[in-house]
Design a binder for this molecule. Structure first.
Ligand SMILES: *[C@@H]1O[C@H](CO)[C@@H](O)[C@H](O)[C@H]1NC(C)=O
Ligand SMILES: *[C@@H]1O[C@H](CO)[C@@H](O)[C@H](O)[C@H]1NC(C)=O
Ligand SMILES: *[C@@H]1O[C@H](CO)[C@@H](O)[C@H](O)[C@H]1NC(C)=O
Ligand SMILES: *[C@@H]1O[C@H](CO)[C@@H](O)[C@H](O)[C@H]1NC(C)=O
Ligand SMILES: *[C@@H]1O[C@H](CO)[C@@H](O)[C@H](O)[C@H]1NC(C)=O
Ligand SMILES: *[C@@H]1O[C@H](CO)[C@@H](O)[C@H](O)[C@H]1NC(C)=O
Length: 274
């Protein structure tokens, strides 16, 4: 039985001039062309394109029979108005691709030439723009560096990186899982270099440039009254103000109490003497 199967496979391999497979990655919204890799269609060739495990027929072309058809209503119409068949080469183009078009596409050419090809099409989701935020909600007087975070939510198959000019500082990658990524960076408040956070997949990238003066408020300016509030947030400024006021009031109360009790003591002393 096994031997027969092997013979059958051998027979098929001999019959077919070519069995090919390829992997193609496409960005969501882009177009992809699956090539027949033949320069010219022979009069006797039959070309069919099928998709998925069900091998649903999506395109068929036969010059001899005068057939040139696209079946874009299969699979709930997910291919509607998205398929193009090249009448010279038989290549199939899927336009404005989305994630539900990912899968295996099979080409069979029979007739004068025999050729079979499978294309594994993966569709990569659009890249979000990376977001840079400050991780120092707290303006520490002692620290001269500013903590930053670059983040991207719900991403898969991407790398998130920090660049200083053109040189890579750090990066983090995620495989097929869809998760949220973040990558820290410490910079000096006075740093004049250009920093950028880049997210990329095997096809494209998105960049956000760091604006240090917007995200990193220097702590030195805390001592200058005009910018006091903008440095550490209004709440903290108010708390500081209230605390100073309370300490002041407490000091006055203690002072007054002290003076009074001394006076009282004096009076008592006097009365004892009298
Ligand atoms: C092939 O398609 C082009 C345009 O799509 C058309 O002009 C041409 O006549 C077609 N050729 C054949 C042989 O059908
Ligand atoms: C591309 O497809 C999406 C749905 O997947 C649709 O919302 C959008 O309008 C299409 N864009 C074009 C240019 O056809
Ligand atoms: C504020 O800074 C202190 C000391 O640097 C640190 O222990 C604390 O976690 C920081 N708080 C926040 C909210 O960042
Ligand atoms: C952000 O700041 C907090 C508190 O200061 C710290 O615990 C945390 O590790 C920082 N996150 C990163 C990614 O540096
Ligand atoms: C981002 O993509 C552009 C082309 O689209 C390329 O020139 C550039 O080098 C890429 N940047 C990074 C950091 O990969
Ligand atoms: C950085 O942010 C500051 C304050 O928001 C703004 O005035 C400045 O134009 C920004 N610089 C760049 C290069 O975007």
């Amino acid at each position: 039985m096994k031997k027969m199967f092997h013979l059958l496979v051998l027979f098929c391999s001999l019959r077919l001039i070519g069995v090919f497979s390829e992997s193609v990655s496409v960005m969501e919204g882009d177009s992809v062309t699956l090539h027949t890799d033949v320069t010219e269609i022979h009069e006797d060739d039959d070309i069919v394109w099928k998709v998925g495990a069900e091998k649903s027929l999506i395109a068929k072309m036969s010059l001899a029979a005068g057939i040139f058809s696209i079946f874009d209503d299969v699979l709930d119409g997910r291919f509607r108005d998205r398929l193009k068949l090249d009448n010279q080469t038989g290549s199939l183009t899927i336009t404005n691709i989305s994630t539900n078009h990912a899968g295996i596409y099979q080409l069979d050419i029979s007739g004068f030439k025999l050729r079979s090809k499978t294309s594994r099409v993966s569709v990569l989701a659009r890249l979000p723009v990376p977001v840079i935020s400050s991780n120092s909600s707290n303006c520490s007087l002692s620290s001269s560096s500013c903590s930053l975070l670059c983040s991207a939510v719900n991403v898969g198959h991407v790398t998130l990186s920090w660049y200083k000019g053109n040189s890579l500082l750090s990066s983090i990658s995620v495989s097929d899982l869809s998760i949220s990524l973040s990558l820290p960076l410490e910079v000096e408040y006075q740093d004049k270099n250009t920093y950028s956070c880049v997210i990329n997949n095997p096809i494209r990238n998105q960049t956000t440039h760091l604006n240090i003066s917007r995200l990193c408020h220097t702590c030195e300016v805390l001592f200058s009254p005009e910018v006091h509030i903008f440095c550490c947030g209004f709440t903290e400024a108010v708390i500081r103000l209230v605390l100073s006021a309370l300490v002041g009031v407490a000091a006055v109360i203690i002072l007054v109490y002290d003076i009074r009790s001394r006076r009282g003591g004096d009076k008592k002393q006097i009365s004892y003497i009298l």
